[in-house]
Design a protein around this ligand. Structure first.
Ligand SMILES: [Zn+2]
Ligand SMILES: [Zn+2]
Length: 262
């Protein structure tokens, strides 16, 4: 499976786009400003969007994408997320004030978008891709996702403050399967100097990332990619991550990656 890294930055600046990953051609995970990288035709081929949580950097392009391609699609775009995330989206974005209520437009029977609730631990196959919803702890209800490719599992933590034993239990279990975890994307939004801010906003910093990665089991750790760094601190965060005593782990800056084959 090809995973295109459309955006993996904590916020915007020239060359920095917020979180969005395209799995194959039909599945999008998070809909940050990275979606603006796609052509109309590529956007039109997306049938499913999985959201980790309701924060703007993960949903910003969803209303605009629907405006761009909704009328050219034959069926509604399915947006999958926790019920709380979908309720927030409906109340605060698709509310006929910030943006039209595309869950009822052009008609309630055939709208541009359908909101489909999911729950932690759900497993299913979407557009031919086996997927699982993973637990995450953040300042709003949040999840991570695992998606199975031909090589192994692609795992994405979403935004998280960590300390989520359930997440690591599943990651370690998936890593025991044939192929194991082929790519683990984990956020590190702040530098160590901003550890207090990271804690308050329930994100990771390099010091807390190290505690998280200590939960990884197995002789051969999976490839780890750092995501969601703030543009003004990106280099510092990666410098601090690379200075950690992580044994065989060598985390890579996801900003330097365009496509993952998993
Ligand atoms: Zn967030
Ligand atoms: Zn975020």
């Amino acid at each position: 499976m090809q995973v295109r890294i459309l955006g993996c930055s904590g916020t915007i600046a020239k060359g920095c786009r917020t979180t969005s990953f395209l799995l194959g051609e039909h599945v999008l995970v998070d809909a940050g400003t990275g979606v603006g990288q796609l052509t109309l035709e590529e956007m039109q081929r997306i049938d499913h969007v999985f959201l980790t949580h309701s924060h703007l950097d993960h949903i910003a392009a969803l209303p605009l994408m629907l405006d761009a391609v909704g009328a050219n699609r034959r069926r509604p775009l399915e947006v999958h997320a926790l019920p709380q995330t979908l309720a927030a989206l409906h109340a605060h974005v698709f509310n006929d004030v910030i943006w039209p209520d595309f869950t009822r437009i052009p008609s309630p029977a055939a709208p541009f978008v359908r909101l489909s609730p999911l729950g932690v631990g759900d497993v299913f196959v979407c557009a031919g891709i086996p997927m699982e919803v993973l637990p995450a702890r953040h300042s709003v209800p949040a999840v991570g996702y695992a998606a199975r490719g031909a090589v192994g599992w692609w795992v994405y933590s979403g935004d998280t403050q960590g300390n989520e034993p359930g997440f690591w239990r599943r990651v370690n279990a998936l890593h025991q399967e044939g192929g194991g975890v082929a790519a683990l994307l984990i956020e590190t939004a702040f530098s160590n100097a901003e550890a207090d801010l990271a804690c308050k906003s329930q994100h990771l910093s390099p010091a807390t990332l190290m505690r998280e990665l200590a939960a990884l089991q197995g002789a051969k750790p999976p490839p780890v990619y750092i995501t969601h760094t703030k543009p003004r601190e990106g280099r510092l965060i990666m410098h601090e991550v690379q200075a950690l005593d992580l044994g065989a782990l060598r985390p890579v800056d996801l900003q330097s990656v365009q496509i993952l084959q998993v």
